[in-house]
Design a protein around this ligand. Structure first.
Ligand code: NZQ
Ligand code: ZN
Length: 389
């Protein structure tokens, strides 16, 4: 049965190759003090930084910068950004970059006016902010996380070797607006492009592989999966194909903007495993997910057989004629595996720097969630990780 829910997504989106002009529309809604948040410099190389600065200057904004937000942003970097935003009395945090920059801006937003330690408050106790938050706007340059239209923020505590995500329930943590220009993603290296594509696909899987009810969200999920697989094959061969890249960008947003989780249970164990691998290796997020997915799905397949069979038929076009349910389901995973290999995704955690002696530590850092077809115990986590090596 479709469960009860409320749904509200307040992020205003501007999509398309002319979408940056709408920054002009948005900026007057906020005060003068803007903190521009960005990563390690890609926006300076591809010219996006100059375009954004020009608009900010034309609007007479008083701009400070938080530069050098790294992939998998760290707690130490968060403390630094909080100080900059406080000193600048930020009225708007403008994140220009990928999920890391956008997530980071949200973490700064909820921490600037808060006296508690942000790690303890938001990433250990998972509290909601009880202080005034700073609005976040986003100009997206990397596709995958869905951070542009959700209230998620993932921060890595390098000292504790923990990478933790908090999906805030307060909608005001979602970006107030996001500018999605597919052209901005054309300079992404192939490795980042395919990592983002797998991140999208896995976000959909995490919400699909749970529950046995008949649920509209699962039908939407199947359509999104088919779209991303189709476009990824085009983009893999021709990375400058605007049509494919724009479809991938749009699918990413819908894969994790809360819609397809409504009224149903969700799993998220691939992400929990991937985040623990990431905390120990600092590997690219989408690649950590790719590396653990097949061992995990093969492990839970017997407990969610009907859904895996449906996945094989509806997403991968597997024929069920004369075959057992198990055979159909396994054929679906094989089709998924060959697509993953075609894209050149990481198929093992050892490719990402994980070694056998890290397995216990990674397993210990894996948060065990209860929404999937099988609640894993520690031994099963170790088994899946060993099979991912
Ligand atoms: O730092 P710069 O120089 O900008 O380079 C970045 C970075 O090295 C580069 N890049 C971004 N746009 C580019 C570009 N290079 C060339 N041209 C462009 N247009 O790409 C690299 C990766 O960027 P990053 O932002 O780290 O990637 P992504 O968007 O995958 O974000 C990953 C982070 O998001 C978290 C992940 O855990 C990870 O920390 N997630 C956030 C989620 C959410 N908010 O809901 C959910 C996800 O499951 C995920 O956990
Ligand atoms: Zn993800």
């Amino acid at each position: 049965m479709l469960g009860n829910f409320s749904y509200c997504n307040p992020t205003k989106l501007y999509f398309g190759d002319q979408s940056l002009q709408y920054l002009n529309t948005e900026l007057p809604k906020y005060g003068q003090n803007v903190v521009l948040v960005y990563g390690g410099g890609s926006i300076k190389k591809n010219g996006i930084y100059d375009e954004v600065i020009e608009i900010l200057k034309a609007k007479g904004k008083n701009v400070a910068e938080i530069a050098g937000v790294m992939p998998n942003p760290t707690l130490a970097k968060l403390y630094e950004g909080i100080e900059i935003a406080r000193a600048h009395k930020a009225d708007l945090l403008l994140a220009v970059g990928g999920g890391s920059v956008c997530d980071y801006a949200k973490a700064v937003s909820v921490s600037v006016n808060c006296s508690d330690d942000p790690w303890e408050k938001y990433f250990v106790r998972f509290e909601e902010p009880d202080c005034e938050t700073i609005p976040v706007g986003c100009v997206l340059t990397m596709v995958g996380t869905g951070s542009e239209m959700n209230a998620g923020s993932v921060i890595t505590n390098t000292e504790k070797k923990m990478k933790v995500g908090h999906v805030f329930s307060d909608e005001k943590i979602m970006p107030r607006f996001s500018i999605l220009n597919p052209r901005y993603t054309l300079t992404l290296p192939h490795y980042q492009m395919v990592a983002g594509i797998y991140d999208i696909f896995n976000h959909i899987c995490e919400q699909y592989f749970s529950g046995t009810d008949d649920n509209t969200s699962d039908y939407i999920a199947e359509a999104l999966m088919k779209s991303v697989v189709h476009s990824s094959r085009i983009a893999n061969k021709d990375s400058q194909n605007y049509e494919a890249r724009s479809n991938i960008m749009w699918t990413a947003t819908w894969a994790l903007n809360t819609l397809i989780a409504k009224g149903k249970s969700t799993d998220w164990m691939v992400h929990m495993l991937g985040q623990a691998v990431g905390a120990h290796t600092n590997a690219t997020h989408g690649m950590t997910l790719a590396a653990v997915s097949l061992p995990y799905y093969r492990h839970i397949l017997p407990y969610g057989l009907a859904k895996f069979k449906r996945f094989a038929i509806n997403v991968w076009g597997v024929s069920a004629d004369g075959k057992t349910d198990e055979a159909v389901a396994e054929e679906g995973l094989k089709a998924m595996e060959s697509w993953m290999r075609e894209l050149g995704l990481a198929m093992s955690i050892s490719e990402l720097g994980a070694t056998e002696d890290m397995i216990e530590g990674i397993a210990g850092a894996t948060l065990i969630l209860k929404g999937g077809y099988k609640v894993l115990d520690h031994g099963e986590i170790v088994k899946v990780l060993k099979e991912s090596l």
